[in-house]
Design a protein around this ligand. Structure first.
Ligand code: GDP
Length: 315
């Protein structure tokens, strides 16, 4: 990818897309193309085709998706499958038809089987059953990455994919019911601290293990793989460090300064027991994360407080 390239970032208002836009701006890319959801409906294949024909980007980064935490996904697998499948097919196929030279498709490590070996290598793809709570999302992302792989093989297009582990950072969704665990915990502990509530209710047993990557590290991983002449079809991006949900809760409670007790609601799902990605491939190519979880959490809490004060938070 060259600094003079015209780069389309799909989903530039989301947490991932906005981090990628910040990284592109920092690296001197001045020709970045974006469209808001209102301007371009990525579920509409005709609109997407017309957009590509008019804008003719050289490179596309597909960071648009319907995302949500375990609550949102498990309640609406159909919607997560349909919308993400449409977004993937329209943005990737549309790019190929319009002659977009290079494309990076973003997914998530939930594409891997529930009982994949840990840490999960890229080779675990399609070797077993998926986790049921986010099966729709995972199936759509698998289709998208396969479409990139097929287009690269069939037509020689440099289309490839990157699968990040659980992400967090500025611009996250802080919805209590639909959000991911880390932002939701920040909101719950902050709310309890401010209003002096004695108990914070969290979900599941607290024993599942998760890995968390700051979105600015993810953005650097995206630009890194886009700079490779011969990138892998599929590469994981993570920190290689995991914590239990209980440890995460203790870290966030301490970082917010909240004193509330934690109540674990075991009627809520735990989801997959462990989800640590094998990051040897991307590290061997020369990328590594820079933001420690403790520092990232502190930064994110500061940004949450600032966003809340400004009234720009997504709740
Ligand atoms: P996942 O990583 O795809 O399973 O999705 P999440 O980011 O929603 O993380 C879910 C894990 O955090 C599960 O083990 C939940 O039981 C646990 N968890 C604990 N409290 C909460 C909470 O308040 N919200 C969410 N979304 N998950 C929670």
């Amino acid at each position: 990818m060259l600094r003079t390239d015209r780069v389309y970032v799909a989903g530039h208002r989301g947490m991932v897309g906005s981090a990628i836009c910040r990284a592109l701006a920092r690296d001197g890319f001045e020709n970045v193309v974006t469209r808001t959801h209102r301007e371009l409906d990525l579920l509409d294949p005709v609109a997407v085709r017309e957009f590509y024909a008019a804008e003719k980007p050289d490179v596309a980064i597909i960071a648009a998706a319907r995302v949500g935490g375990i609550g949102a996904n498990s309640a609406e697998n159909a919607k997560f499958l349909y919308e993400n499948e449409m977004i993937a097919m329209n943005t990737v196929w549309g790019a190929a038809e319009a002659g977009v030279r290079r494309l990076l498709f973003l997914g998530s490590t939930c594409i891997y089987p529930r009982m994949a070996p840990q840490p999960i290598p890229e080779s675990a793809l399609l070797t077993g059953e998926l986790e049921k709570t986010n099966e729709g999302y995972a199936l759509a992302k698998i289709s998208g990455l396969k479409l990139c792989e097929f287009l690269r093989r069939d037509r020689g297009l440099l289309y490839h994919s990157l699968m990040p582990t659980n992400l967090y950072g500025p611009g996250d969704n802080y919805d209590i019911v639909h959000g991911h665990v880390l932002p939701t915990m920040i909101r719950k502990f902050e709310t309890a601290r401010v209003s002096n509530e004695p108990i914070v209710h969290l979900w599941g047993s607290g024993s599942p293990l998760r890995e968390f990557l700051h979105v600015d590290d993810l953005a650097s991983a995206c630009l890194f793989v886009l700079g490779l002449d011969n990138p892998p079809d599929l590469v994981n991006a993570g920190t290689g460090r995991e914590v239990t949900i209980r440890q995460l809760a203790e870290m966030i409670r301490a970082a917010t300064g909240c004193r509330a007790e934690i109540d674990w609601d075991r009627a809520k799902p735990d989801g997959t027991p462990r989800k640590l990605c094998d990051t040897r491939l991307i590290r061997s190519l020369g990328w590594e994360p820079k933001i420690r979880l403790e520092d990232g959490i502190r930064r994110t809490i500061d940004e949450y407080r600032a966003e809340l004060a400004r009234g720009t938070i997504r709740l």
